[in-house]
Design a protein around this ligand. Structure first.
Ligand SMILES: C[S@@+](CC[C@H](N)C(=O)[O-])C[C@H]1O[C@@H](n2cnc3c(N)ncnc32)[C@H](O)[C@@H]1O
Ligand SMILES: C[S@@+](CC[C@H](N)C(=O)[O-])C[C@H]1O[C@@H](n2cnc3c(N)ncnc32)[C@H](O)[C@@H]1O
Ligand code: SF4
Length: 442
């Protein structure tokens, strides 16, 4: 079998199908699983932005004005409802994402955190992240967000090249990004992440690597690299379709990623996940919960969640999506206490697919103990140990299956999508052999 070509999927594609601060993090089970269904992560979506970026198809709206008091009330109400429904006893991380949550008032952030602390246990060391867009405004708001309870920032820097930032439709310049980053590091030392995009139209490997090198002179202990995903319906997609911009070259993007991860490794960063790099143990607890298939509640328009709604007498994990459009979502929250639009019970096989596809994104992979937590009867050896195709991946040193469990090698992590093309069908095959009756969803 030829070595698969490196292809990095941005996290965006992954969330559509589907941190703790110590260096031993990757070797133990996150608390969210260790404590079974008693704990969860919480995602809070702020749906508004100042301006539409040319590449973005997230659930975001550019409003003329925002009724922040109403939005705050609804976020607090839905947080309470979902916490009661899940009956979780502790929340280990809260992530304010968007949209542009740094446009929200710190008061709103504080109100949501207060509701969490009233409904359940929010330990003092829980990770509370806020996504921040760089701005030219000075940072008194960052101080206020810290006072509201935020203790980690994720800065959407995207590029350190002004021409690229304009192409992306960003409202900030490279110098705004560096100034915001410096301010953030000053206020939240060791707790600042930056998102850097790669694979933009016309972007070349050398100049992009020089951006990364420059970023390394300024950044803190966490970096995320996201390959541009050209999304239908975005301005960038149309420009590429109409030929006014060249299509991003996937081979160049793969080269940027492969070279970039080496540069980061040489600077002391551990690639703990396909797109995420941390040093000094600054892994993100919140995202770790997603990759380990822990429970998470999604609050706000378009937020996703995965949890067992025990309060409704349900004992199956559900994938949930909240209503997308903010005004409709608010109406539903005011009427019903929540704006959950879609609930999909997850069958056992679907859950195992997620355990596999998400777990292998991390360098720790899937330990036997972790697998057993979701599937006590069929082991990783049973599923993958006798497959010739899997054996080939093991021989090519792309995959490891040993006493620790199943995980990608350093080379394998860069081509995970190709490995899953073998591993997921193998899981299905093993599952069918075990339960031959064709029950949909497992
Ligand atoms: C949806 S944004 C929200 C945060 C904030 N509004 C911002 O723009 O920085 C979160 C991150 O997703 C990544 N992202 C968004 N759209 C993407 C796309 N089409 N392809 C790859 N990454 C994308 C960006 O790196 C961005 O920092
Ligand atoms: C693009 S990532 C940026 C993370 C950033 N690099 C960091 O290290 O914190 C944004 C994160 O927000 C969460 N997220 C974004 N949109 C979401 C949604 N609609 N529902 C649930 N979680 C979401 C996921 O955890 C995702 O990894
Ligand atoms: S990339 Fe961020 S700032 Fe830009 S439109 Fe999307 S959510 Fe808003």
């Amino acid at each position: 079998m030829a070595l698969p070509r490196a292809r990095v999927r941005s996290w965006v594609a992954v969330t559509k199908t589907a941190h703790r601060r110590c260096s031993t993090e990757g070797t133990r089970r996150p608390r969210s699983l260790a404590s079974g269904n008693l704990s969860a992560a919480l995602y809070v979506h702020w749906p508004y932005c100042e301006k539409r970026c040319s590449y973005c198809n997230f659930n975001k709206y550019i409003p003329r004005s925002v009724d922040e008091a109403a939005m705050e009330r609804c976020l607090v109400t839905e947080t309470r409802t979902l916490l009661q429904l899940s009956r979780v006893q502790r929340v280990e991380s809260v992530f304010f994402g968007g949209g542009t949550p740094s446009l929200a008032s710190p008061h709103t952030v504080a109100a949501v955190l207060e509701a969490v602390a009233q409904e359940t246990h929010l330990p003092a060391d829980s990770e509370v992240t806020l996504e921040v867009n760089p701005t030219s405004a000075p940072g008194s708001r960052l101080v206020a967000f810290g006072a509201a309870g935020v203790n980690r920032l994720s800065i959407g820097l995207q590029s350190l090249n002004d021409t690229e930032l304009q192409l992306l439709g960003r409202t900030h310049s490279a110098s705004d990004a560096l100034r915001t980053l410096a301010e953030a590091r000053h206020l939240f030392p060791g707790r600042v992440s930056v998102d850097l995009m790669l694979g933009l139209p016309a972007q070349q490997v050398g100049p992009w690597l020089r951006q990364l090198q420059e970023l390394l002179l300024h950044c803190d202990d966490h970096v995320s690299l996201y390959q541009l995903s050209l999304e239908r319906g975005t301005a960038l997609f149309t420009q590429v379709q109409q030929g006014t911009l060249p299509a991003p070259d996937p081979d160049l993007a793969a080269e940027m990623y492969l070279e970039g991860r080496i540069v980061l490794r040489e600077s002391g960063f551990r690639q703990y996940e396909v797109s995420n790099f941390a040093r000094n143990g600054a892994l993100s607890t919140h995202n770790w919960t997603y990759w380990q298939c822990g429970q998470y509640l999604g609050v706000g328009p378009g937020a996703h969640g995965r949890f067992i709604p025990q309060g409704a007498g349900v004992h199956t994990r559900e994938a949930r999506i909240q209503t997308l459009e903010p005004d409709n979502w608010m109406k539903e929250v005011m009427l019903f206490g929540h704006g959950t639009r879609k609930r999909t019970p997850l069958g056992k096989l679907e859950l195992l697919e997620e355990v596999l596809a998400m777990g292998l994104r991390t360098d720790m992979g899937i330990t036997h103990q972790h697998w057993q937590y979701f599937e006590p009867q069929v082991t990783l050896w049973d599923v993958f140990g006798a497959s010739m195709e899997v054996e080939e991946l093991l021989e090519q040193d792309l995959l490891l299956l040993d006493d620790r469990g199943l995980r990608c090698s350093w080379e394998g992590l860069a081509v995970l999508d190709s490995l899953l093309l073998t591993l997921l069908p193998q899981l299905h095959k093993a599952w069918q052999q075990r339960c031959p009756s064709p029950v949909p969803g497992g």
